[in-house]
Design a protein around this ligand. Structure first.
Ligand SMILES: *[C@@H]1O[C@H](CO)[C@@H](O)[C@H](O)[C@H]1NC(C)=O
Ligand SMILES: *[C@@H]1O[C@H](CO)[C@@H](O)[C@H](O)[C@H]1NC(C)=O
Length: 216
């Protein structure tokens, strides 16, 4: 009898979850639309067709005008999201916006078919990144690169300190994406054993050991 009641209880709980889960999964997400002279940061309530016109009944957007391409919209670490989707036509502005940001799950969608020149900066750093998806629907429709970072080195728990060094060619367009992880020390000035990689020292302890994943 007890087991039967237990089963019924389990089924009841399961059904409550059935009702709740889809709304959780469909929850709000943040979308950044990055162009050469403008940046919109939107909170959207439902999934959208990539690169579509943003409908004000689905998303609540704030406009951050970028008067010149050189202007940096955000200082270090103001960009902080669990999940961020970025639609863009300016790879350089995306690299600037996301450099030293803190994002767990990043989705990058290039919204134009043109082949850009490589931006003058060759990489940007995203802290705590666990998962990256990249697609170029106008260049390679239907193809999505999905990378779980650090899995190759056993960094499978999100508590583990990690950063991603993403080469800007990834923003411009790549037929294949590769990722390579190493474990290294970073000091409080942001210096690590890779002389060409700089990260903002903000919030870094005296010396930290972290997983660094290069995506290229
Ligand atoms: C915006 O979305 C709403 C609800 O999804 C829809 O009724 C409306 O037609 C859309 N407007 C435009 C301009 O697409
Ligand atoms: C990223 O930030 C580092 C250090 O804060 C800086 O040296 C580098 O030029 C920045 N890169 C980009 C793409 O903005």
């Amino acid at each position: 009898m007890m087991t039967l009641l237990g089963h019924i209880g389990f089924i009841a709980l399961y059904c409550v979850l059935c009702l709740v889960m889809p709304t959780l999964l469909r929850g709000e997400f943040t979308l950044a639309y990055v162009r050469e002279h403008s940046l919109f940061i939107c909170v959207c309530t439902q999934d959208l067709v990539a690169c579509s016109v943003i409908n004000s009944s689905e998303c609540d957007c704030v406009d951050h005008p970028l008067s010149t391409p050189q202007q940096q919209a955000h200082g270090p670490s103001t960009v902080q999201y669990k999940r961020l989707t970025v639609w863009y036509t300016s790879p350089l502005n995306v690299a600037r916006l996301l450099n030293n940001s803190d994002v767990r799950h990043l989705v990058l969608v290039k919204c134009d078919p043109t082949e850009d020149k490589l931006p003058p900066l060759d990489h940007f750093v995203v802290r705590r990144l666990e998962r990256l998806s990249v697609s170029y629907p106008f260049w390679r429709p239907g193809q999505i690169h999905d990378v779980v970072l650090g899995r190759d080195m056993g960094a499978q728990y999100h508590e583990e300190a990690r950063i991603a060094v993403i080469h800007t060619t990834v923003l411009v367009g790549k037929a294949g994406l590769k990722a390579y992880t190493v474990k290294t020390e970073v000091d409080s000035k942001g210096t690590m054993s890779f002389p060409n990689v700089f990260m903002s020292p903000e919030g870094l302890p005296e010396m930290a050991s972290m997983f660094v994943t290069f995506v290229y």
